[in-house]
Design a protein around this ligand. Structure first.
Ligand SMILES: Nc1ncnc2c1ncn2[C@@H]1O[C@H](COP(=O)(O)OP(=O)(O)O)[C@@H](O)[C@H]1O
Ligand SMILES: [Mg+2]
Length: 202
């Protein structure tokens, strides 16, 4: 039997999930990006498209008929009920794709597979994982990085952070934690140490 490890990678918005994902990829470890899967599922002709328009109306469409994700984001981060409705449409579909991807990577002989899931604990994706890894940053650094990356006002950025489970609670539930509050080198050093630990299991 092949000993395998599926690692659920999560954190808060802009705490560094994509950054850590790229470290794993550099090591040849596949990363399943659930944000990317969700975005694909929302495209015209894909499985989530019709349901989303049914709930949110054609006002959220661009001229070319594609869903305007920025407009959708603005709606759901100002309305908790709508945010949950969107998640109820998208999450089960994402999970299906993730399961297929896991199978494919395992068939290809990969022992370690990472799933990048912003809402790992909130949406029950941790069921699919053997271990969970949380990328942590201190709040003010998270806020600053989020504002800078997504060009958000302080209020908008705070709303997006508050819509998620508290980062401290994620840390408490995690098997592994990386502190990305410092510079990239400091984080990379922690990553390499963690990788050694993970490889010992496999
Ligand atoms: N250690 C770091 N020092 C400075 N900037 C960072 C660091 N880690 C990540 N960033 C930057 O912060 C932003 C958020 O990181 P990202 O990996 O995109 O977060 P997530 O995928 O969790 O939303 C990005 O613009 C990224 O380049
Ligand atoms: Mg990301």
């Amino acid at each position: 039997m092949v000993i395998k490890m599926i690692i659920g990678l999560t954190g808060g918005i802009a705490t560094g999930k994509s950054t850590i994902s790229s470290f794993f990829k550099e090591e040849g470890i596949p990363v399943i990006d659930t944000d990317l899967i969700a975005h694909d599922l929302m495209k015209q002709g894909q499985k989530a498209y019709g349901e989303i328009i049914k709930v949110f109306g054609s006002e959220i469409l661009n001229e070319d008929g594609e869903i305007n994700r920025k407009a959708l984001g603005k709606i759901v981060f100002n309305n908790e009920e709508k945010r949950l409705m969107l998640n109820r449409i998208v999450h089960p579909l994402v999970k299906e794709v993730v399961k297929e991807d896991i199978k494919r990577y395992q068939t290809d002989g990969h022992k370690i597979i990472v799933i990048d899931v912003p809402l790992l604990f909130e949406s029950g994706f941790d069921d699919l994982c053997d271990k969970t890894l949380v990328v942590f940053t201190h709040y003010l650094i998270q806020l600053e990085r989020l504002r800078k990356r997504d060009h958000l006002s302080k209020t908008e950025a705070e709303k997006r952070i508050k819509a998620q489970m508290r980062l401290e609670d994620k840390v408490l539930r995690a098997d592994f934690v990386l502190d990305n509050s410092g510079n990239i080198n400091a984080t990379y050093k922690q990553f390499i140490e963690l990788l050694h630990k993970i490889k010992k299991f496999c």
